[in-house]
Ligand binder design. Structure first.
Ligand code: ADP
Ligand code: MG
Length: 613
């Protein structure tokens, strides 16, 4: 018998490993942008075609590479950023694993051009399937251009796995925003299919936030800026009025690296406390600076999750810093925050903490509040009590808005009830209780209907039919409203226009990131259409991407939820009657699309039992 184990050839091993780092165009974008940042570039251009499926190119004016390095950089574990294990604990660069370019070369055709300032000529390299096809000198300016073409051309299974262009583009824009947000001093641009989506001149963090998230934030940001000997925090939180109904623009950076952390998010949320309207989410862009030795960024292949040595301390610090900023804001609302935390301070945050800094901060109010007993933010007590409550925070209604009970809904969608769930007594009177429940005398007893949930079911079926079968009628607006959105939303809205039209919203693109609402559904009162669309975009974006719903399904669900009559709303008798009739005509009247019950029936037997009959 022969032995059967063999070592995989490099190109196959690379392709397998590439899956971890490069899973979609956006992950390549992230790696290439980070490399340009690491190379010290001050000017970075991102060019994509077909949402990155046919081309992703990053051109920077960074330090460039020698001819040998230009070849070496495509080897796995080839990096200039660490050379001993100890370096892992002092990482100041975005990259360090030396895997990105090797992965990219394994799954795309790559053209690299690079030149250092000191070299006469640069290097041109073509590479395919991890094999160098061509290398020659080239005349060029200092810097690097890496173009990757036909992503996953050698891995068709992967290629087929990619989502629609609009959806892949949304991921690219997300990654672009995260990098551009962290480095406001660097010029960035993004061009898609020849059209410029972003053109970000270097400036302050505040300006960058407005460039990326929209000018509406301009006067609505509160500066956060605290320093201790353990860590610094700088950035902005949106004033409470900018809070969104769904998880909105929330950015955490640790040592300039974007991270996702439900835990730290909660710290910010609790800092807002009662300042926020119920069920809404604050906007924030916060930069935490800590000694790289106390964080482990190497717990996730794309480094989006990190581990802190002392998570509770960071939690308490973030919470205290945001509280402090908000307190200042409410004491002196007219204070001009534009002066406080712009790029100079960001810069300062990025500087290593000196002994002098330490002395200054350890005398400061915030520092003492962390270290002295009976102070508001004394770490132990504060962190512990928050800790207990934080997981429960993420249970409904939040999760209810964002995710859905898909098992319940899919099961129910296919069952058509044989008979009506209840039969309303003819010419009866409806009774509304607590402006939320409709009590209906039915043949066999009594039904209690939740008006909001019932209406959500009604609208869900109505919009489903409209989109899948027959479009709803549109009424043309006499005074069409114009809607201005950021680039990300413009991309999404464009994607949704055909479906929106079917449910009665006639919206047309109107130049750069603007749209005109030409018409709305015939049975919707005009006046809040702009708000409705804004809300839709917001909800849609945050419909968590791992829920397996199609674009249409998400749209239908968002719209149904949004347009439903709310609890706490007085209904006329006619409105109640209409609602009940519509509910009874639904295919699945008994639950909402997310599986919540819409009504309960108390039948005769049950009522009799109550009275011992
Ligand atoms: P890492 O960033 O983890 O080191 P990469 O595979 O992304 O690994 O890059 C490998 C090496 O190639 C980097 O360490 C760097 O020396 C070099 N490199 C990559 N991109 C650039 C660039 N745009 N400019 C200069 N050098 C680069
Ligand atoms: Mg890298």
């Amino acid at each position: 018998m022969t032995d059967i184990i063999q070592v995989l050839p490099d190109n196959i091993a690379n392709q397998i490993a590439a899956g971890e780092v490069i899973s979609r165009p956006a992950s390549a974008v992230k790696e290439l942008l980070e490399n340009a940042v690491d190379a010290g570039a001050t000017h970075i251009q991102l060019i994509v075609a077909d949402a990155g499926k046919s081309l992703i190119q990053v051109i920077d004016n960074g330090k460039g590479m020698s001819a040998t390095d230009a070849r070496l950089c495509f080897e796995r574990h080839a990096t200039s950023k660490i050379n001993k294990i100890d370096d892992l604990f002092h990482i100041k660069t975005m990259g360090f694993r030396g895997e990105a370019l090797a992965s990219i070369a394994a799954v795309a055709q790559v053209v690299l051009k690079t030149k250092r300032a000191s070299d006469e000529l640069g290097t041109y390299i073509e590479i395919e399937n991890s094999v160098v096809k061509l290398q020659e000198p080239v005349a060029m300016e200092q810097g690097t251009s890496i173009a990757m073409k036909n992503l996953f051309f050698s891995v068709p299974a992967r290629r087929n796995f990619l989502k629609s262009n609009a959806s892949e583009m949304r991921h690219i824009i997300d990654e672009f925003i995260r990098v551009a947000m962290a480095f406001p001093a660097i010029f960035f641009s993004l061009t898609h299919n020849g059209q410029q989506v972003f053109h970000l001149e270097s400036g302050s963090l505040k300006q960058r936030i407005a460039q990326l998230l929209g000018n509406q934030y301009n006067a609505k940001l509160v500066a956060v800026n605290e320093r201790t000997d353990y860590m610094n925090i700088a950035g902005f939180v949106g004033k409470p009025e900018t809070a969104k109904k769904t998880r909105g623009d929330q950015y955490f950076f640790v040592n300039n690296r974007f991270i996702k952390s439900a835990y730290l998010n909660h710290a910010v949320l609790t800092a807002f406390d009662s300042l926020l309207p119920k069920d809404s989410f604050p906007t924030y862009v916060l930069f935490i600076e800590v000694d790289p030795a106390v964080v482990d960024v190497n717990v996730h292949p794309t480094k989006q999750e990190i581990k802190f040595e002392d998570e509770k301390l960071i939690y308490a610090f973030v919470q205290a810093a945001v509280k402090h900023a908000l307190a200042q804001f409410s004491i002196a609302p007219s204070l001009d925050f534009s002066l406080s935390a712009d790029i100079q301070q960001l810069d300062a945050v990025a500087k290593p903490f000196t002994a002098r800094d330490q002395q200054i901060t350890s005398g400061g109010r915030l520092y003492q509040s962390f270290t002295q007993a009976h102070q508001a933010h004394k770490i132990e007590g504060a962190a512990k009590s928050e800790l207990k409550s934080w997981p429960s925070f993420f249970t409904p209604p939040t999760t209810d808005v964002l995710t859905t009970n898909s098992t319940a809904s899919t099961n129910f969608e296919f069952e058509t009830p044989q008979q009506l769930p209840f039969e309303v007594v003819p010419n009866t009177t409806y009774l509304q209780v607590r402006n939320t429940y409709v009590v209906v005398p039915v043949k066999d007893g009594l039904a209690i209907v939740h008006q909001q949930l019932a209406h959500e079911r009604v609208l869900y079926e109505k919009y489903s039919t409209a989109i899948h079968e027959k479009a709803l009628a549109t009424q043309r607006s006499l005074f069409p409203e114009t809607l201005h959105v950021n680039a990300q939303d413009a991309n999404l809205l464009t994607e949704l226009l055909p479906e929106l039209h079917k449910i009665g919203y006639m919206i047309e693109p109107f130049g750069h990131q603007a749209f005109v609402i030409q018409g709305i559904p015939a049975d919707v009162q005009s006046g809040n259409e702009r708000h409705a669309i804004e809300l839709l975009l917001e909800q849609f974006k945050h419909f968590s991407s791992d829920v397996k719903f199609s674009k249409r399904e998400k749209l239908i669900r968002c719209m149904a939820r949004q347009q439903a009559i709310k609890a706490d709303q007085t209904l006329s008798h006619q409105e109640m009657e209409q609602l009940i009739q519509q509910l009874l005509h639904c295919k699945v009247p008994n639950v909402t699309p997310t599986g919540a019950p819409t009504f309960t029936v108390f039948n005769e037997a049950y009522l009799d039992r109550l009275f011992g009959r």
